[in-house]
Design a protein around this ligand. Sequence first.
Ligand code: PLP
Length: 384
Amino acid sequence: MKTIYLDNNATTAVAPEVRDAMLPYLTDLYGNPSSMHTFGGQVADAVEAARENLANLLSASPDEILFTSCGSESDNAAIWTAIQTQPEKRHLITTRVEHPAVLNVIQHWERHGYRVTYLAVDSKGRLDMDEYAQALTDDTALASIMFANNEVGNIYPIQRMSEMAHEKGILFHTDAVQAVGKTPIDLNHLPADMLSLSGHKLHAPKGIGALYIRKGVRFRPFLQGGHQERGRRAGTENVPYVVGMGVAAQLALDHMQEERVQTAMLRDKLETGILERITDSMVNGDIENRLPNTSNISFKNVEGEAILLMLDRLGICASSGSACTSGSLEPSHVLRAMGVPFNYAHGSIRLSLSRYTTEEEVDFVVEQFPQVIETLRAISPFKD
Ligand code: PLP
């Protein structure tokens, strides 16, 4: 059975170009980039070339890019440095719809005495700019707002929000893990101080990420030890993965425009195909302003996990908007924050496409979906 992979917000396939570029660094070119000899030096050159590629993708400067092990580490490092460099400030701002990589870290600091504003969202997952404006105070150490939401795909007004933070002299971080490679980001014009990204969301392998730190922003390392990354992150660089992420960034830069159009076209075909064929279904999120590859659909009176299992039997990989906690299926914190009605939130499915998604795959999924939902509704304990 062929696998139809529509879970690209969870992780992506490693691009063949990325894999090929990595291989020499897993075989012959195994030197340590910090070594003084030529053998290590050529590896150091490859690391710097990757840094430059990543900087180009973001319109940043290479010395503003710090390699990390993943998006979660980048988020942790950003929040850590904001707190360590401004111990006198005791307030943090974030949203109710962040990824746990930010939310759980902020909650940790809340338990340690920080005051936190969790910005609410409306039924489409949009933020209230007045609430944000009021939250920015002299005591605020950091505003950390995601660039794009992993579950519903909403893109947040990061340009305006970073400007507003700066007007009050407040540091601004954005978790752009779901945005980098899918939507243009120009840090020449976007005044964010820090930005997190992760390789495995843009066709590089898992276990590599980066944090952009604007020139002039004070930084305290999250990971201490050796002097790698100009003293900002200890640990011998993960060279093959750094090289891979550099190639992934180059591919994203070269093909972003056409990929955005193609992916959005297929996503819309998939979404409308499903909505037209299935009654009592609706799209979650802000359809005017979201990632081109993401669709989050709720089906009334069905369980998301059951949909996933049936799709899985057909070789279709998706993800649900609920999580099994202590035996009961809880709708995700994002859908709860949006106030999606209970009997819809339970039956939510996220379909996320990539450059490798084909029209035939979309047609197959559209064809199969009605039968899946019909079967599950017939046996569903939830009824009106
Ligand atoms: N932030 C967002 C928005 C994400 O979607 C993810 C991963 O799903 C992360 C952070 C964490 O990234 P990583 O898996 O590289 O730690």
